[in-house]
Write a protein that binds this ligand. Structure first.
Ligand code: ADP
Length: 218
């Protein structure tokens, strides 16, 4: 479903969000206080406007109130980021996602009701370190403090084994949700499906069970 999203602050992060949303077919209003930044996104935003996002009237004039989603990606001016977040929440925007520069900024954003706070460099750093540490972990989603979904790459050790032979649920308490092989995705793997080296397994489970599976199962 097409969404209407206002992206405020067009640094590297804001531009990337803006461009990708546009490519996914969403309607993006892009705002920055610097003209060159506004011009830089003119080809991949429905509207790109020059405005100070800590000025409530300016945001009202551009109809920001009618948007359901806002991404505040102002990292170079914490005061403006906080003010803008307050204004957007006051306007009644349902989902206001904000980029935080550091833990203090994050704490303030939590207190003023930001719906999601992102620290891109920190989050990406953790992700990359986890992938490098594991060697088999390609990606993951944290569902809660206890449960995650991982994408793990099958090694030579797993090659030729069927799911029933491997018996992942009994041995490790994890469930294989899907098997990706090249462009094919098997979303309801059967007990006799055989794994080959290089397959990507999408696995759900408790984080401790997943860790054990990742360490001992491959
Ligand atoms: P990144 O680290 O992702 O490159 P920056 O934090 O450097 O992002 O970029 C922040 C952007 O936010 C800049 O383009 C800056 O012009 C813009 N910006 C800063 N203050 C305001 C404001 N009050 N209103 C709108 N845009 C702003």
């Amino acid at each position: 479903m097409k969404k209407q999203v206002v992206v405020i602050g067009l640094g590297r992060f804001g531009r990337s969000v803006c461009k990708h949303l546009y490519e996914l077919g969403h309607e993006v209003l892009a705002i920055d206080i610097k003209e060159e930044r506004v011009n830089a996104v003119s080809n991949y935003a429905y509207y790109s406007v020059l405005a100070n996002a800590s000025d409530e009237n300016a945001l009202k004039n551009y109809g920001v109130k009618n948007f359901d989603h806002a991404i505040v990606a102002i990292g170079d001016n914490i005061e403006a980021s906080i003010l803008c977040t307050l204004i957007l929440k006051d306007m009644g925007i349902k989902e206001v996602w904000v980029k935080a520069r550091d833990p203090h900024h994050q704490k303030i954003l939590e207190k003023i009701g930001a719906d999601r706070i992102i620290q891109p460099e920190k989050e990406m750093g953790i992700r990359i370190a986890n992938q490098l540490d594991s060697g088999k972990l390609l990606d993951y989603i944290e569902l809660s403090n206890e449960y995650s979904i991982l994408e793990l790459k099958a090694t030579e050790k797993n090659s030729g084994k069927s799911l029933v032979q491997w018996d992942v649920r009994a041995k490790f308490g994890c469930t294989i949700l899907a098997i990706k092989r090249g462009n094919d995705v098997n979303i309801s793997p059967m007990p006799h499906d055989v794994i080959i080296q290089g397959d990507i397994l999408v696995v759900i489970g408790n984080i401790h069970d997943l860790k054990r599976f990742e360490k001992k199962g491959f």
